[in-house]
Design a protein around this ligand. Structure first.
Ligand code: ATP
Ligand code: MG
Length: 325
């Protein structure tokens, strides 16, 4: 039984501003982000539905191009959708890092080309993820909307993104400390008492630390932020979110609850129903027992498997009616 519905949860948390949907690949994160955003907009809040996922699907779900800039969603007041241009962000970050590294090499009087350093700093998946994370927090800091619904990257990435904010601040603290030591040493060693110059690397690190700290504050504030996890009545999607919920608890990231998606309507099953469907219904019933047991008190909604995929705002409205029944 649902103890607290999605509608009740949002009523109890009227200041909720940053909403996330997580879960295994293909469980319905994008359509639920769309559904949630539609509902928030319907509550009169200026809402942004944003995808920080390098593989975008908002445009295809909405049937309109929302790539590259926040775009009003046709026929839905108060709602804008935005697929962030990840390539552009990555290029910008690379350029920024190159400048920092070039400055540093000059400062340290190292006669090496920056290229190698730039390559090793940017040719890894964590770089792309951190660029996405920065995109997301930039949107949050701009604070131009009353509600944000994020369509996050699948599975482990979402948690890693957030885990990163803690790791970042540890790393940055360490870097700042080494930089301070290096500066002092250089001052001691320099014959020509040149005036202390601006240190862009240090400025960058301090700024990063400040931003990460602010992001963490917002993302761990249960009045403002909620992660909802999507389960299908199947073994793997359940296992994935069980793990997520534990990880998130560790980081102090607020979990809003669990939404069960793609339940086959048992009312449509009769004696003439093919075995294939009957088997799937039986399988779902079994996994539902696990869901009720494992996510006791956390299930917020049960959503049916529709006869078609979820595309276009009329279909999202239909889903919203059920999510917020
Ligand atoms: N309740 C439902 N009934 C029917 N189709 C659904 C339902 N929920 C989602 N779908 C469809 O399932 C597919 C996967 O949904 P969606 O793209 O939202 O998943 P996702 O978790 O975002 O996937 P990815 O991990 O690839 O980003 C889509 O075609 C979507 O329209
Ligand atoms: Mg998706």
């Amino acid at each position: 039984m649902i103890e607290k519905s999605m509608r009740q949860y949002l009523t109890d948390n009227p200041r909720l501003k940053y909403i996330f949907f997580g879960g295994k690949g293909g469980v319905g994160k994008t359509v639920l982000a769309g559904t949630g955003a539609l509902w928030m907009a319907g509550q009169g809040k200026q809402t942004l539905l944003a995808s920080t996922n390098p593989v975008h699907s908002l445009s295809s779900m909405l049937g309109q191009n929302v790539f590259g800039k926040p775009t009003p969603v046709t026929g839905v007041p108060n709602l804008q959708a935005y697929e962030i241009d990840t390539k552009d962000t990555i290029e910008k970050s690379k350029k920024e890092i190159r400048e920092k590294i070039e400055w540093f090499l000059k400062f340290a009087e190292i006669k090496t080309k920056a290229d190698e350093f730039v390559e090793s700093a940017t040719m890894n998946p964590a770089f792309e993820e951190s660029a996405m994370f920065e995109n997301m927090i930039d949107l949050m800091f701009d604070d131009e909307y009353e509600a944000y619904v994020f369509d996050t990257a699948p599975t482990a990435n979402a948690r890693r993104l957030l885990g990163m904010s803690s790791v970042y601040s540890l790393w940055v603290n360490k870097m700042v400390q080494s930089r301070e030591e290096a500066m002092t040493l250089k001052d001691l060693l320099s014959y020509s008492k040149k005036k202390q110059q601006r240190d862009p690397l240090m400025e960058y690190l301090l700024n990063l630390r400040e931003r990460m700290g602010r992001a963490k504050e917002l993302l761990t504030d249960a009045a403002l932020t909620s992660f909802f996890f999507i389960a299908l009545p199947e073994a793997l999607p359940i296992a994935v979110i069980t793990r997520f919920i534990n990880w998130f608890a560790e980081f102090g990231i607020p979990v809003g609850g669990v939404i069960v998606n793609m339940l086959i309507d048992t009312a449509s099953v009769g004696p003439d129903t093919p075995d294939f469907v009957k088997n799937r219904v039986a399988m779902q019933a079994e996994h539902m027992e696990t869901i009720w047991r494992e996510f006791d008190g956390m299930v917020r909604a049960l959503l049916p498997l529709y006869e078609t995929e979820v595309r276009g705002t009329p279909m999202l409205k239909r889903m919203a009616d059920q999510l917020f029944a």
